[in-house]
Design a protein around this ligand. Sequence first.
Ligand code: AMP
Ligand code: ZN
Length: 136
Amino acid sequence: MKKDNCIFCKIIAGEIPSHTTYEDENCKVILDINPATKGHSIIIVKDHYDNFFELPEEKATEVIKVAKIMSKKMADNLQCDGFNILQNNNEVAGQTVMHYHMHLIPRYKFDKQDLTMETMQPSSEELLETKNIIIG
Ligand code: AMP
Ligand code: ZN
């Protein structure tokens, strides 16, 4: 399953070069060309799915397996002190490549990167209202 004009499908097909650190039947891990920190990598599912919602559960399991393998390997070899493991869905959430992928961002004690979010201060009534909306 390949989609025309998709940059990650082209990377998977070898039509665009990448720095690959891991590959198996389902996934390929490459270095991000605009890394947030040294070693910032992305796990790309080989088949084209636009986002998490489209991704079948068995492929999601494969991504988690690869995240486990590679975060361990990167922690050992890069000697980082932690990780942000994240993925964005839809433009509003910051997704820029509409082919499912997961970010593995190594963190170092002195990396000066800041991925923290601005937060709200809801009252307990507002939290209760939100909970009720979610559970429906
Ligand atoms: P997202 O914003 O979650 O969709 O992430 C897309 C990521 O893909 C960004 O961090 C980009 O820097 C990265 N990216 C885009 N094109 C390439 C490429 N050709 N090779 C490696 N990483 C890429
Ligand atoms: Zn694609």
